[in-house]
Design a protein around this ligand. Structure first.
Ligand SMILES: [Zn+2]
Length: 699
């Protein structure tokens, strides 16, 4: 999820201004304000009503009654990021109240409130920034704290509330919200729909869509699913609908079984929105999707089918992970994302047996996580977040790519069964409430002898990665007498990272994978003792561990001549990832790396590995070679790549080869060939050039 930069700029200016007075009333949603409200406001309910006119230019007149319990009179600060003249009136009970406005807040003085139940009624014009209003439809998107742009509310994830929603819309429209429709009355051109009260949900998950939508209905396992869409190609809808219902039903059944908790939200609808901001958004009972992610063309590839299944399973997983149990504050937003993706992989991967999922995991997450984590500017997974306005800053490779690796480690530490039982316990204990990462760590910690607090501190609270080195000694019989794995903190803080990994010792005809549990500074790999002297050692053979794995000289020499001989594709992929990290630590070896890539590429049998190696080539070429070496090397490298384009077996492979060629080409001959391809004077069979590639070449 990405947020426009202008918000961050506006925040900086405005914060500086408000901080001078009361920091809890600074614009955005300051953490101090959230804490104050979290402690004071109980039993929260919203009764919200929006009157949506047919004409987009007309304002949305709205009203709400906010009900809550206070232990004692207390000021009530609502978030509403709109000019004050959009608020027509505020009442507490039936008394009109002079509300104050500061920052993005509407403030009701403590003197107007009382101990016990309070009902605040507000008449206002809804803000439209987060209502995505079009001529004949609109939809809400309130994540992470954008409900306050539309209506006055407590816009923080731990003030869960029950919502009763009423919508007035043109009578030809369809409507969908978190809960089931309770009643509808039509008078003339207008229809009023009242929805049932929701279970407790946070503002960022409250949602509705209204407008001209087609509706498809599917029955699966005794449940009715509804799909709202705006697709005019009826063939396309007909072709995809059953698969989409099946995928939801399968994910739902799997999750009910895994969590031991029945689907918590009653009805199940989803809305396909053209050009939706994300792939999907997990509103309980009403998931929103980007339409093209679900409505596929006939020519959809295996990869697109896998992606669709994953998106659906990811959003469905959120019905438990994120919706039923929600993070207390957005600094833990990564948790729900990683858990949803983790569950999605469990649900979907077995249906795609032709894909090497472990290799896919390695190549999807490790290189991009390392790219950030090796730098001085790396951030930890868990960061402080002083204001929800800054939530956009949290997203990046560490959350998206390092966190999945860390959660997979967590499952390895506990074992699948205990991990699942721990998750069941967690979901049950915090149902319809909130929990932090540390709550989960405590709960899982009770199920393992391992000190999870220490583990979590190293992996989640701190930035960076360990450096791991192997030391082998041999006896007089040339067998391994000791094998030590040493770890060190490259940032010199003395951090030790506990982790599970597999060390691979390789021979001419076979490789052995030895499970190792890394704890202190030095780990003895006792399973390696008495084994014959290996030709090579991969300290992270199966790609489970995380860090910079220093390869010993013998191994580097072996890989330089034989990397393609490593029989297992996953180990080979992991060797390439480690090799690249080693090369970056010793850039003068860039030339050696390119020799190896040029030799091994034509022999690589796994498509995922081919793409990985091809992605390293331009970086090695431009970043690690002196200019004169580049010129000397260019003709041979270009010839290898053009041969690769010609020999590629699939369209995706062909474009991977072509993109690498496009990015390294240097010779006059190569440049003119690339230009002919770009101008379509030269056609390459089976190569489609993406628009972004088109632009790259034009530049
Ligand atoms: Zn998600």
């Amino acid at each position: 999820m990405k947020f426009p930069l202008v918000f961050l700029w506006a925040l900086t200016v405005a914060s500086a201004y408000a901080a001078a007075s009361d920091p809890s009333l600074a614009p955005g949603v300051p953490e101090v304000l959230a804490r104050e409200r979290g402690g004071a406001i109980l039993s929260l309910r919203y009764d919200v009503s929006f009157r949506i006119p047919d004409k987009r230019a007309e304002a949305i007149r709205s009203s709400e009654i906010v009900r809550f319990v206070l232990r004692a009179p207390h000021r009530v600060v609502l978030d509403f990021a709109q000019p004050r003249d959009r608020v027509a009136g505020v009442w507490v009970g039936d008394k009109p109240v002079e509300a104050d406005f500061a920052g993005d807040h509407l403030i009701i003085p403590a003197s107007a409130t009382m101990a016990g139940e309070n009902a605040v009624r507000i008449e206002f014009l809804a803000g439209e920034d987060s209502l995505n209003r079009n001529d004949d439809f609109l939809y809400t998107l309130f994540v992470p704290a954008r409900a306050r742009f539309a209506w006055p509310c407590f816009d923080q994830p731990d003030l869960k509330a029950r919502y009763t929603l009423t919508l007035d819309v043109p009578s030809s429209w369809q409507v969908v919200a978190n809960s089931a429709e309770l009643e509808r009355t039509v008078s003339g051109e207008t229809m009023r729909v009242r929805f049932a009260e929701t279970p407790p949900i946070p503002t960022y998950l409250f949602a509705f869509a209204a407008g001209k939508f087609g509706v498809e209905t599917g029955e699966r396992n005794g449940r009715t699913f509804r799909m709202f869409h705006r697709e005019t190609d009826t063939q396309k809808v007909a072709r995809n609908r059953d698969a989409i219902f099946d995928l939801h039903a399968r994910a739902l059944a799997w999750l009910e079984e895994y969590t031991g908790i029945p689907y918590p939200w009653g009805k199940f609808d989803f809305v396909l929105i053209p050009s939706f901001q994300f792939g999907g958004m997990e509103h309980p009972g009403a998931i929103f999707y980007d339409a093209p992610a679900l409505l596929l063309d006939e020519s959809a590839t295996q990869n697109q089918l896998l992606k669709r299944a994953t998106t659906i399973s990811h959003e469905t997983s959120h019905m438990w992970f994120g919706d039923l149990v929600t993070m207390r504050w957005f600094n833990d937003v990564w948790m729900k994302e990683v858990m949803a993706e983790f569950m999605a992989a469990k649900i979907v991967n077995p249906s795609f047996p032709d894909i090497n999922h472990d290799l896919r995991f390695l190549l999807s997450y490790y290189p991009s996580a390392y790219r950030v984590d090796r730098t001085a500017g790396a951030n930890p997974i868990r960061q402080r977040l002083a204001n929800l306005d800054e939530a956009g800053r949290l997203y990046g490779a560490i959350i998206y790519d390092k966190a999945p690796v860390v959660v997979r480690q967590l499952e390895m530490i506990l074992g699948e069964q205990r991990f699942r039982d721990g998750m069941r316990d967690y979901l049950k204990r915090y149902s319809f409430a909130n929990a932090t990462w540390l709550d989960l760590v405590r709960l899982l910690g009770a199920r393992t002898p391992e000190n999870l607090a220490v583990w979590s501190h190293a992996w989640v609270d701190l930035r960076g990665r360990p450096e791991l080195t192997t030391r082998l000694h041999f006896g007089p019989d040339d067998k391994i007498s000791s094998f030590r794995l040493t770890q060190r903190d490259p940032l010199r803080r003395g951090v030790l990272w506990p982790q599970r990994l597999h060390v691979t010792v390789g021979y001419e005809d076979r490789a052995e994978s030895l499970p190792v549990s890394v704890h202190g500074a030095v780990t003895n790999v006792s399973a390696a003792r008495s084994k014959k002297r290996p030709l090579y050692v991969l300290p992270n053979g199966d790609g489970l561990g995380y860090g910079i794995f220093v390869l010993d000289d013998d191994t580097r020499r072996y890989l330089a001549a034989h990397i393609e001989d490593i029989p297992d594709a996953l180990s080979r992929g992991s060797a390439w990832v480690d090799l690249w990290e080693n090369v970056l630590d010793a850039p003068r070896t860039g030339s050696e790396f390119l020799n190896l890539a040029a030799r091994a590429l034509p022999k690589e049998r796994d498509e995922q590995n081919t793409q990985l190696i091809l992605s390293y080539v331009p970086r090695a070429f431009w970043l690690l070679l002196p200019p004169k070496d580049r010129i000397a090397r260019a003709p041979a490298l270009e010839a290898t790549l053009r041969e690769g384009i010609a020999q590629a077996r699939t369209a995706s492979q062909r474009s991977a080869w072509f993109n690498t060629f496009r990015d390294v080409v240097l010779t006059a001959d190569g440049l003119s060939w690339r230009e002919r391809v770009w101008r379509r004077h030269q056609k390459i069979d089976g190569l489609t050039i993406a628009q972004t590639s088109e632009i790259t070449m034009a530049l």
